[in-house]
Design a protein around this ligand. Structure first.
Ligand code: ADA
Length: 564
């Protein structure tokens, strides 16, 4: 399944899934071994390739009618070179954002699609580096083949704006012409009982038509965690012969902003209680199905949590669709974790980051569940060059989407030079685990620094805190790595931090144990990050029950005057 609802009814779309021929490649491109691989999947889920870091060639033959094709890859980990009938047609870096390619005037018949996939670490890869999560290999998200007509709707972005007496909805449509066609093309958009029609639309010399319009609504049903009401903008392209393309974009009337040290959702003071979640499951790796995604959301909602942070990269659109429908708030993060100065000086860094941010926001713009765009987790924010990088990314985000809040999780608490840049300050802290200190002593030092030395009067989030536990290891003496110790630490962290009204919420590190790169933390038990409240197969540790007990005592909105 590609998405959780019908994005297209008219446009002819099919998933190029099933078995693809796959072969591992030597350094100079010779075939080492052949496999029958399912797409989407990780090659690490295939016998003998559990630790493979290298290149593979994927091949798929398919039949199509003549005309214009569009092939969209939802995710290839981590670098893709795409060949169509042996011609190189696309290159893409980064596992976590979609990319597409147009093939004009394709002949009717059978064609060959080949993808060379590379998950190696090298100078060519500034963001996929040895890390505390695994950079998997493979075509890990769905591939979609579309048969297009003379033009198609690239995207429709809907921005809801809360007014004193209702809502407005700013709509931007982007349409691309494909074939030389001098007949009239019309555009129609229907949303919440209102419609817009543009006849005989005009294309610029790049073949793009941009349409902007503002709708006004007196009364709508807002999107919120407790009432995730969704609407759909139905867009069509048509001519005298009828409709030949469509795009149906879901969105929600939801307003997120800050007011001093508070985060305000639909006019109410938000109190975040959440989890950091890596997109991964057991031996399946990062190619998780919608069933596994929904199971994770079930477990997370059962604890009383109201937010998931997509640490540390953009997630699959099916995850965002499910969060939209089930009312889970999302901090979606551009791809970066603990990049040091040398990594940020990689000549590919600036472009690879900018591309990731652009693709993330263009493709995920309409999801009401997303309230934060996050960047640069624990990267180098302590010198002028680092600050310049952070500022460039925040500026890019605001130029693409001014309707959401920006943030970045830092662990350079007393030396960070970027606290003035984001809308929300976020700190990763591990008292009782990495630091032998009480939760409040540790936090108060940071708060005093931020308030007094930086003078930042803005919301503060605890974006990570937690402890490790080996699933199944119980102990009377509260020893490190026992489930008992982890549960006790999480109880103390949640109890202390949720009572601090200077803090807008806490996001536990982490939801589930996950595999780490052998080259990074090979001394981690089981080569996993073991701070999950469930293990890699979602078996609950004692801490699941503890977090559930604590989170369910906390309401999603801070009722002024009460302690919660
Ligand atoms: C950091 C980092 C996380 C994870 C965590 C840990 O805060 O942001 O990705 O590595 O530490 O488990 O140590």
């Amino acid at each position: 399944m590609v998405r959780m609802y019908d994005v297209h009814i008219i446009r002819h779309q099919r998933e190029l899934g099933g078995i693809w021929k796959m072969e591992t490649l030597s350094y100079n491109g010779d075939t080492i071994k052949k496999y029958d691989a399912v797409v989407p999947s990780c090659w690490e889920s295939m016998r003998g390739l559990e630790d493979y870091r290298g290149r593979c060639r994927y091949t798929k033959k398919f039949f199509t009618e003549s005309g214009n094709l569009r092939i969209e890859f939802k995710g290839v980990s981590h670098t893709a070179d795409v060949y169509f009938d042996r011609q190189h047609i696309a290159h893409h870096y980064n596992a976590y954002t979609p990319f597409d390619v147009l093939i004009k005037n394709c002949e009717r018949g059978e064609h060959i699609l080949e993808v060379i996939v590379d998950n190696r670490f090298s100078e060519n890869s500034a963001l996929h580096i040895p890390n505390d999560y695994r950079s998997y290999g493979g075509i890990t998200r769905p591939v979609v083949l579309e048969n297009l007509d003379k033009a198609y709707i690239r995207f429709v972005h809907a921005t809801p704006i809360r007014l004193h007496n209702g809502w407005s909805l700013e709509v931007e449509a982007n349409i691309q012409k494909i074939s030389d066609y001098d007949g009239g093309i019309s555009f129609e958009l229907k949303v919440a009982g209102q419609s817009l029609t543009e006849n005989n639309i005009k294309f610029d010399n790049e073949g793009i038509c941009r349409i902007n319009h503002v709708f006004n609504f007196d009364d709508v049903s807002e999107w919120s965690p407790e009432s995730p009401n969704l609407y759909t903008a139905y867009a069509n392209l048509y001519n005298e012969n009828g409709v030949f393309d469509d795009l149906n974009e879901r969105f929600g009337f939801r307003d997120i902003k800050t007011d001093g040290k508070k985060i305000i959702l639909n006019g109410k003071v938000l109190h975040i209680k959440g989890f950091n979640r890596h997109e991964e499951y057991g031996t399946i790796g990062c190619a998780v199905s919608e069933g596994i995604i929904n199971q994770d959301v079930d477990i997370i909602l059962s604890t009383g949590a109201n937010l998931i942070r997509t640490c540390h990269y953009p997630n699959d659109e099916r995850f965002l669709d499910i969060c939209d429908e089930r009312g889970v708030l999302v901090w979606e993060e551009a791809h970066a974790r603990q990049l040091k100065a040398k990594d940020m000086l990689n000549p590919n860094f600036r472009k690879q980051t900018a591309d990731c941010i652009e693709e993330m926001i263009r493709n995920h713009y309409n999801h009401p569940s997303i309230i934060f765009w996050g960047i640069m987790n624990e990267c180098d924010s302590t010198d002028e060059y680092g600050r310049e990088c952070y500022k460039a990314q925040y500026d890019q985000i605001k130029s693409l989407d001014a309707s959401r809040l920006t943030t970045s999780a830092t662990n350079k608490h007393l030396s960070d030079m970027c606290y003035d840049l984001p809308d929300v300050i976020s700190v990763n802290i591990y008292p009782r685990w990495y630091v032998n200190d009480t939760p409040m002593n540790y936090l108060n030092r940071i708060k005093n620094h931020i308030r007094e030395e930086v003078g930042a009067e803005k919301p503060l989030l605890i974006s990570e805190c937690g402890a490790g536990a080996i699933y199944g290891y119980r102990a009377f003496n509260n020893v490190k790595w026992s489930e008992d110790r982890q549960a006790n630490i999480l109880r103390e962290l949640i109890t202390e931090y949720s009572a601090d009204r200077d803090v807008s919420g806490v996001i536990i590190w982490q939801f589930a144990d996950c595999r780490v790169d052998d080259e990074f933390f090979s001394d981690r038990p089981k080569t996993q990050n073991n701070k999950g409240i469930v293990d890699i197969y979602r078996q609950p540790k004692l801490s699941y029950y503890t977090v559930k007990e604590c989170f369910n005592k906390i309401s999603t909105y801070r009722d002024e005057g009460s302690g919660n």
